[in-house]
Design a protein around this ligand. Sequence first.
Ligand code: G6P
Length: 476
Amino acid sequence: MQKKRTIIISNRLPVRIEKRANELHFIPSEGGLATGLGSYYKTGSNIWVGWPGYIPENESEVQLIRTELAKLNLIPVFLSAEDLEGYYEGFSNEILWPICHYRLSYAVFDKSYWLAYQKVNQHFCDIILAQNITSKDELWVHDYQLMLLPQLLRQQRSDLTIGYFQHIPFPADEIFRCIPWRNELLKGLLGADLIAFHTYHDAQHFLNSCLNILGLSPKNNSVRCRDRRVHVEVFPMGIDFDKFEELSRSNVVLNKVQVLKEQYQKRKLILSIDRLDYSKGILERLMAYESLLQQYPELRNKVVLYMLVVPSRDNVAQYKLLRDEIDRMVGHINAVYGSDDWTPITYFYNSLPIEDLSALYVAADICLVTSLRDGMNLVCKEYIASKAQDHNGVLILSEFAGAAKELPETIQVNPNAIEDIMQAIPLAIYMPKMERQQRMRANVAMVKKFNITHWVKLFFNRLHEVKTEQKTSASR
Ligand code: G6P
């Protein structure tokens, strides 16, 4: 008899393929999800299904990739350039992403995107169902690229246990209803048994959409769909605390910290790390920094903004525009305020190895996270975990990041109020050491307790409970 299996499904696999010097390289992801779910998908006959980030050039590459990934319990979903354009760049990142981040004017409601999104979600469904799924198995679908998948699976197999987690915000129903295909998307999610979000507001917005768009009345955070009750709940995601804490006291990282300290001397290091995205409030952050240099001239040459922007979605028009604007603003600030011995902003458009990230977290006096909207924001939690040794650092955090509710001991700002962000910086710089450490200690305790392992366990336990409840009430 086949044992229960866990099937993880996300747009991207936790391993990315790159071709260099005519050879395929399999690069494991350092991301939180990959780490958190590692102990699940790597054991027994569990699997992770997703896109390997590469378009094979011929059939022998397809076979080679399948074989290599199978050794890691990974099942690839191959997508063509055309699929990626319509489903990933188009529907996911030019409709769902801007809508879920309250950027209605950035949405491009192109019918061809919708067709590609349906096609690719169906393609995922076919590949999953070809894996001999049994009713004992638990399927966990991740994120907005796959909103139709729970229902597609359910239509074919009413017996399945399906969980869905949305890593990005779910917007107010008045925003979500602007999408021409809103009904199909909501019904797509309702194919799951448990639909989960990072915050209470995301869950409420989803329930409001069920009510106001589909006319389904929620009861006790659940919605009745024909014979099933679908539960809508909140599971704030954590990080791999131990990994960041251990890195922060490793020799390799401490040596890098020393180099940074020598480079920046006694100046206060303000850190900013994001994927290139308009939801992250990078331009607003730069405006606030410029305003700081104008209004607090005594801080010139005493602070440095270390800004790392990780390349992302560079085929999507809004991302290209944003990158150009960041380049322009950084150039302007450095040119106007810099001096012979001081550059106000150190800027990299790059991704860095985890040891370098860790060294930046350890060295930074302040971490500035000013997302205009953010599902959770894990950078702020990584910064906190890296301060577990000396508790010496201040986090300035947007009240629009999911993490804000969990971290009240941070300096919270409205990221649209440039003046607020600007004022928070001297507050952080001059905060007495005792207060700084007390606050950071509370933040560390929070991030340590509600870590990624805890999050995964909680989700699976609840999915299991929900399914058991369903079976019990069906047999009554
Ligand atoms: C966010 C989304 C993820 C996505 C990641 C990177 O965190 O919630 O689903 O994978 O951004 O974006 P990308 O488009 O490169 O996959």
